[in-house]
Design a protein around this ligand. Structure first.
Ligand SMILES: NC(=O)c1ccc[n+]([C@@H]2O[C@H](COP(=O)([O-])OP(=O)(O)OC[C@H]3O[C@@H](n4cnc5c(N)ncnc54)[C@H](OP(=O)(O)O)[C@@H]3O)[C@@H](O)[C@H]2O)c1
Length: 229
């Protein structure tokens, strides 16, 4: 039986003999064939490894509470409902009462208990109060994870149009909000040897001309996470 390497070579040499007539260089063809064969092998390998990885199930979910910020809408809300439907106790930080009410309604009947917590990440007191509420509600359990999700996309436009207030607002929510919450909840996560997950953005690695306030905050949040890693 031929090995993969032998197949690659046969294919390369067949192509070389065919393409030689067109004046295309043999090493180039050989290189392209190797590349194609590597891709053909690596893609299925990736999916097989990923499938195996996903077979591992984390156990004891009902004893692994998670705190999430920004659960009124979007990713935070989706995550809160998803975790609760898998049996994980969730503390869902919500900015508004309306958000809390609708999340409570939507989480009724889910396997895991979802408790909403009033939270404005721009307000020191609100963050400290949320941490106390979570601490008093843990009832002997350890907090397994914190998800810093709350964020705003404050403005879209070139820097000439952006005011200092718009930068300030973006930094207050997207950066200082993450720092406030991480510092207030870090003792719980240290005790449980858990984790802090922060939702950053591609804007924290790449800046376009029109995303100044958002990108500066997201770059800084990447840096903060590196600092506490
Ligand atoms: N959507 C994307 O394409 C995208 C891409 C990359 C990264 N992200 C990041 O993903 C995260 C979630 O984004 P999303 O798209 O789900 O946005 P979203 O729907 O606007 O959700 C953000 C949540 O944060 C809440 N929030 C805003 N200010 C807050 C504050 N001061 N304190 C506490 N909560 C506050 C919002 O509450 P209200 O609804 O009451 O305002 C909302 O529930 C953000 O960090 C964002 O930067 C999003």
């Amino acid at each position: 039986m031929k090995t993969v390497d032998q197949c690659t070579r046969s294919l390369a040499w067949w192509l070389i003999s065919e393409l030689d007539w067109w004046g295309i260089e043999a090493p180039l063809v050989a290189m392209l064939c190797s590349l194609c064969c590597s891709i053909v092998l690596l893609v299925p390998l990736y999916y097989v490894l990923r499938y195996i990885w996903e077979l591992f199930v984390i156990g004891d979910l009902q004893n692994k509470p998670v705190f999430i910020t920004g659960c009124d809408s979007g990713f935070g809300r989706q995550l809160a409902l998803k975790l609760a439907s898998n049996g994980i106790p969730v503390f869902a930080g919500c900015l508004t009462e309306k958000g809390e009410d609708s999340l409570r309604k939507d989480s009724q009947g889910l396997q895991g208990k979802l408790q909403t917590v009033a939270l404005d990440v721009t307000n020191d007191e609100s963050v400290v109060k949320a941490a106390e509420t979570v601490k008093n509600s843990l009832k002997g359990k350890d907090l397994w994870a914190v998800v810093n999700n709350a964020g705003i996309f404050s403005i879209y436009g070139p820097d000439d149009w952006c005011t200092i207030d718009e930068y300030r607002r973006s930094i207050d929510v997207n950066l200082l909000g993450v720092i406030r919450v991480s510092q207030a909840f870090k003792p719980f996560v240290k005790k449980s040897k858990g984790r802090i997950v922060t939702v950053s953005s591609v804007a924290g690695r790449y800046t376009s001309a029109c995303t100044g306030p958002y990108s500066t905050a997201k770059y800084a949040v990447e840096s903060y996470m590196d600092a506490i890693r």
